[in-house]
Design a binder for this molecule. Structure first.
Ligand code: ZN
Length: 1230
């Protein structure tokens, strides 16, 4: 850890760890930075103090200051991912850190948008080396090491160092270190750095150290193929080609003695090398103008080609060639698999995270400020949303998973700047960011209430953010409430006893923060969700035990409480697995809410009816407390992320999600079917054991199958899980041995080892005479030598808290019996708290791990059969977390999505969902059209009607009831409320108004004007205008306004008319933009006049067969639906049938006439009539010229329309042949 110590990190420093894996040095850098910040500014990690209402802004952490940052870079994307987990214990420092994945030689330069470069204050180059200094710790190196390694690594090490010189600011410090003692990798590199970068000075820090060190070497010999060479000249003379730079420098005065050599025997450590540099002047790239090939020059991302991409292409090409050269099909398949793996993971993968600053999303900021009262002073520009892009082999960028965009991450100012510089539009070489920032808000797919934001506080950030929240922070001061919430996770608000309860009850639905009082009187801030009548904690299973302990509760729930599980009535009574013998403890499935939400989303948007198995990654942990069932956790990222938290044990497997309840029931009822779907997993496990592959990769022994049925309509998810275990010819025999044989020190060593190294849940504990106990990977099983067989113990990370170890031990026993049979000791490890840094305090001096001795005979090899060990069936009911409105809305959309999956893959239901429809008339047709629109998931509609519901209406007008009539309610209002009662998330408006009609001069001039203006405004903000009134003349003004609005481009409204006869109906669309069609009046040869005056009652009422209005309104909505799906949209040419490629819903005629008596529909194409009293150019021109004046004239006397349109003239010309003109009055006066 010396390299970080001599780096001398100060407050506010921007630090770069160029070769960061395995991450311990990054963690140290982060801690040093935080410590320096705290010393300078006295701020860092304060808790909130609650004192009445003054809690606001007290003890806040000011992330707007310059806190500095640590950028941790690691070439392998996978190892970079592990880094993230390595620093898990420093969660509160996440805002300071950004993880990247670059070849360190080509780490890109960071520039602000104005072009200024962001340089680092401190850079650690702990480069890849031959590691010969660690021989004592890693004896396998004795076999692998050769002098050639150093010679090969020299150039790469130098390139990394030179790149870091370029990234270092003037006055900044850089540390070059290796864990090798070879001068070729150390002093030779330092000498080359000094030659290439005169801006650097080598610092002597030996005096600052208390450790015993040796000075750097100034002369050495270079070993090559068994010969030693003193100089480049000597090598050349011997005909050996070696780089000049690996030899001791000819020049003096480089000061190589200032380097530090730490020799293993000096301090009883590993051996390593450190050189500390300071940049005393600006860097000037050398070599561009010098032609000397020997001159070394650092990579410059601003000037040079993208070296990293070149390397990547080279590697891919090599893999490609390997695939081509393969002789057999099997070899080829293997090579191709390797190539694919390299493309999608590891150092060749090109996955980029793109960050978007919250400040660029003002609506989100407003929502947060309005909903949580987020204080003005909080720097919103430090919040980022993230999504992932992947660079495919053909160079195309593809968004891989969307889940991440659903979070807001918080970064400190300097880290935020790195992101903006590195991933912004202007960045020449984009920074490949793996992770960074603290998860602060999480978005739920399911919104809880209309007015709330769907962003909830993540528990990780609650303490940090709560002081900034002016709203939605509720104090529950009674410890009884703390206990209730921490035991049940949720509680009905009515059941709470604190005074803060009333505040909680007044709170609308949505995220909130609860301050819970602990038994010791301190406060615990918890993220929670206020639902309709209850409040639920937003805390996952992993955080719960430490919270319970902090509040003086036992870490785990009582077993009987934890065992309580809800099983949907439909799946009760299935005896999937008799509780197996108490020889091994089966794992219970523990998927969290986020997992199911992700599953729902994937099911709806990706898998649909595809029921193929889906890969998932789960994990379990060593048991932390007594009487907790062994659990296998599945979280939101189980579908996309193959990493697991540090210290957790990875379980890979598949999700089998059944499409129907019947299939799931059949599966539950059929033991053979359940067994047979494990066959593949069992075969994989057997082969991994037989080949010894499982020794390298112990996760091969753990394969899970999670079977589920997701009732997406009810939000019930039923599931069960198994990890198949190979069946053995006879049961395993075990004897318990006293754990004291090992004792707390050895267990602490195991705990630390498991936390620091990735042993993958299984390892060996061996004892050697000189060094005592030590942990080693399973891979050492075959060749590790021990004095007594008892000095070799299998360590199994055990999630069970019962006497019997967990189910997953069985396959490990088979592996051991196969490769090293005998009477073996097995440590069921259950004391992770001994690692000391996990955030949990030890539950007492009592050790919970168990030591067993198993008889492992070679004949315990399995026959290929398996024991399933299914967990119990459980059901989770997500509606507890959801609002009824959203449940309804999702259910409606689900029905439409089902249509898309099953019948019409080309359907785009969102086009209907987003359509804004104006319904002129809320009578029989208005009600019918609105209902049909709801069926298509339409959400936006506006009812316009002036009338009241009358007693005769409800039987035919499907949105009204007798009560509406009795209460004398307005039709528009009653219709709106009826729609909301059916579809709670609809956006409905009601407008009570008369539509001005030609020849109806009954309104005052002001009212007329106001109504026209209102109608214009309504038409302007709707996409479809449905004319559904019951008189001909009331359609004239809207038809005219729609026709006049066709010049609005893509915002032009579509005019749709529906009219009824006694047993026939008409549905007609009028001209849309440049696509001509007849309007309702094109068929008419008289100007509309007051058709209601002078009529008897039977003539005024709608005299139609009752079914006609339903046929008509449904026909109209189906035509509208077809138009939305047509490739030309509303401008589609008339067609009675359309190919599926043009329109998945078929034909889009201009007009449909329906005849009930003949059960016939007649779709037709129409043409506008040149002398139409409504849509002809003459009328439109007159309206455009005179506007309201023209309308006033028409309303006073409609006959002028015949003159304006030229109809009168035509009539006069035809007066002699009146008998031949057919009456077009078929659909009048309804
Ligand atoms: Zn017309």
């Amino acid at each position: 850890m010396l390299p970080v110590a001599v780096l001398d990190i100060q407050a506010g420093h921007r630090c770069l760890d160029l070769c960061a894996a395995p991450g311990s040095k990054t963690a140290q850098m982060l801690a040093s930075l935080a410590h320096a910040n705290y010393k300078k500014w006295g701020r860092g990690l304060e808790k909130i103090e609650v004192k009445g209402s003054e809690q606001f802004l007290r003890g806040r952490i000011d992330y707007s200051g310059d806190e500095g940052c640590v950028v941790a870079n690691e070439i392998s994307a996978e190892r970079a991912g592990m880094l993230v987990h390595q620093i898990a214990r420093h969660q509160s420092l996440y805002p300071l850190v950004v993880f990247t994945s670059h070849d360190a030689r080509y780490f890109p330069s960071l520039r602000r948008e104005d072009g200024r470069e962001v340089l680092f204050d401190r850079i650690l180059c702990d480069v890849m080396c031959s590691s010969d200094g660690t021989l004592r710790k890693s004896p396998h190196l004795w076999r692998e090491w050769s002098s050639r390694l150093s010679l090969e690594l020299h150039a790469e090490q130098l390139a990394v160092a030179l790149r870091s010189v370029r990234l270092l600011r003037g006055g900044g410090r850089m540390v070059y270190s290796t864990c090798s003692l070879s001068p070729v990798e150390n002093e030779a590199v330092v000498a080359e750095i000094l030659r290439a970068a005169p801006c650097l000075a080598l610092l002597d820090v030996r005096e600052e150290l208390t450790l015993r060190t040796s000075p750097g070497l100034e002369t050495w010999k270079v070993a090559h193929q068994g010969q030693l060479y003193e100089s480049h000249a000597a090598a050349v003379a011997a005909g050996v080609k070696l780089q000049r730079g690996v030899f001791p420098p000819a020049e003096s005065g480089l000061g190589l003695k200032k380097c530090l050599r730490i020799l293993p025997h000096h301090n009883d450590t590993g051996g390593f090398f450190i050189a500390v540099f300071e940049k005393v002047a600006a860097y000037v790239a050398k070599g561009a103008e010098v032609a000397d090939a020997e001159t070394i020059r650092g990579y410059d991302s601003d000037r040079d080609e993208d070296g990293e991409e070149e390397e990547r292409q080279k590697q891919l090409q090599k893999l490609e060639q390997a695939a081509e050269r393969s002789c057999s099909a099997q070899e080829r398949a293997k090579a191709e698999a390797r190539r694919e793996r390299a493309r999608t993971s590891g150092s060749l993968a090109r996955e980029l995270a793109r960050y978007k600053c919250l400040a660029s999303m003002p609506e989100q900021v407003c929502a947060l400020r309005a909903f949580y009262g987020l204080h003005e002073s909080f720097p919103v520009q430090l919040f980022f949303s993230r999504h992932h892009l992947q660079l495919m082999a053909d160079g195309e960028l593809v968004q891989t998973h969307q889940g991440e965009a659903n979070q807001l991450l918080l970064l400190a100012a300097a880290a935020a700047e790195v992101l903006c510089c590195g991933t912004g539009e202007h960045a020449k070489r984009k920074l490949k960011v793996i992770a960074g920032g603290l998860r602060a808000f999480e978005k739920d797919r399911f919104e809880v209430a209309e007015r709330s934001t769907s962003l909830r506080l993540a528990q990780e950030a609650v303490e940090l953010l709560a002081p900034y929240l002016g709203l939605r922070v509720v104090t529950l001061e009674d410890v009884a409430d703390t206990h209730r919430l921490l035991s049940q996770r949720d509680a009905a608000t009515a059941a709470l006893v604190s005074a803060g309860k009333s505040q909680l009850e007044e709170l609308g639905a949505g995220g909130c923060v609860l301050l819970l009082r602990t038994t010791s009187g301190s406060w615990l801030a918890v993220s929670a969700l206020r639902t309709r009548k209850a409040v639920s904690l937003f805390v996952n299973d992993l955080m719960m035990p430490s919270m319970r302990q902090a509040c003086g509760l036992p870490a785990a729930l009582q077993a009987e409480e934890a065992e309580k599980r809800f099983v949907s009535a439909r799946f009760q009574g299935f005896e999937v697995d008799k509780r197996p013998m108490k020889d091994f403890e089966p794992l219970q499935a523990a998927p969290d809410v986020g997992f199911w939400q992700e599953l729902s989303q994937r099911k709806l948007d990706l898998w649909r009816l595809d029921s193929s198995n889906v890969p998932v990654t789960a994990f379990y942990e060593a048991s932390q407390a007594s009487r907790v069932p062994a659990k296998c956790f599945l979280q939101k990222d189980a579908f996309q992320d193959t990493r697991v938290p540090v210290g957790a044990v990875k379980v890979v497997g598949e999700l089998k999600n059944f499409n129907t309840e019947e299939e799931f029931r059949a599966f539950l009822g059929n033991a053979d079917a359940r067994q047979s779907c494990l066959a593949e997993a069992v075969a994989q496990i057997s082969s991994a054991i037989a080949s010894g592959k499982a020794l390298q990769e112990p996760w091969q022994l753990r394969r899970l199958l999670l079977c589920s049925f997701a009732d997406l309509k009810k939000y019930h998810y039923s599931y069960l899980l198994t990890l198949p275990a190979l069946k053995t010819p006879k049961p395993w025999q075990r004897v318990r041995e006293p754990i004291e044989d090992l004792g707390p020190e050895v267990l602490a060593l195991v705990a630390k080892g498991l936390r620091e190294k990735d042993f993958d849940g299984l390892c060996l504990l061996t004892r050697a005479a000189d060094v005592g106990w030590s942990l080693r990977p399973m891979a050492d099983l075959l060749n590790v030598k021990v004095e007594s067989e008892d000095d070799l113990i299998l360590v199994f990370v055990d999630p069970s808290s019962e006497e019997a170890p967990a189910w997953s031990l069985q396959n490990a026993l088979v592996l051991l019996a196969k490769h090293r049979p005998g009477r073996r000791r097995v440590l069921a490890f259950r004391d992770p708290q001994l690692a000391g840094a996990s955030g949990y305090t030890s539950s007492g001096p009592q050790l919970r791990s168990l030591l067993f001795r198993y008889a492992l005979d070679a004949e315990m090899e399995s026959s290929g059969d398996c024991r399933a060990g299914w967990s119990k069936i459980a059901t989770v009911d997500l509606t507890r977390f959801l609002d009824s409105k959203m449940v309804a809305a999702n259910a409606v959309d689900l029905n439409i999505k089902l249509m898309k999956w099953r019948v019409l893959p080309g359907l785009e239901p969102d086009r209907l969902k987003e359509l804004r429809v104006l319904l002129l008339g809320a009578g029989t047709l208005g009600c019918g059209v609105a209902r049909a629109l709801m069926g298509w998931g339409c959400r936006h509609m506006t009812f316009v009607d002036a009338g009241k519901v009358s007693f005769s209406n409800p039987v035919r007008q499907s949105l009204f009831t007798h009560k509406d009539a009795a209460d004398g309610r307005k039709k528009a209002t009653a219709a709106k409320e009826a729609v909301l009662a059916i579809l709670p998330d609809a956006k409905v408006e009601d407008v009570v108004m008369d539509i001005p009609m030609p020849g109806h001069p009954h309104q005052s001039a002001e009212l007329l004007r106001a109504n026209v203006v209102k109608l214009q405004e309504l038409i302007e903000r709707h996409d479809v205008i449905c004319m559904l009134t019951d008189s001909r003349e009331s359609r004239w003004l809207p038809s005219l306004l729609v026709a006049a609005a066709q010049d609005r481009g893509k915002d032009a409204p579509l005019g749709l008319t529906v009219a009824l006869g006694f047993d026939s109906f008409l549905v007609s669309r009028q001209s849309y933009q440049n696509s001509p069609a007849a309007c309702y009046f094109c068929n008419d040869v008289t100007a509309p006049s007051d058709s209601l005056a002078f009529r008897t009652l039977d003539q005024q009422c709608t005299v139609t067969r009752p079914g006609i209005s339903g046929l008509a309104s449904n026909c109209a909505v189906e035509l509208l639906a077809a138009l939305t799906q047509h490739q030309d949209g509303f401008a589609a040419a008339s067609s009675n049938t359309a190919s599926i490629s043009e329109s998945p819903l078929g034909g889009v005629p201009h007009q449909v006439r329906g005849y009930a008596a003949e059960y016939a529909l007649a779709p037709t194409e129409t043409e506008p009539f040149g002398r139409c009293i409504c849509c002809s150019p003459q009328v439109l021109q007159r309206y455009a010229a005179e506007g309201m004046g023209f309308l006033e004239q028409v309303i006073a006397d409609s006959s002028i329309l015949e003159d304006v349109s030229g109809l009168a003239e035509m009539k006069a010309a035809m007066s002699g042949m009146e008998g031949d003109v057919e009456a077009f009055d078929e659909f009048e006066d309804l």
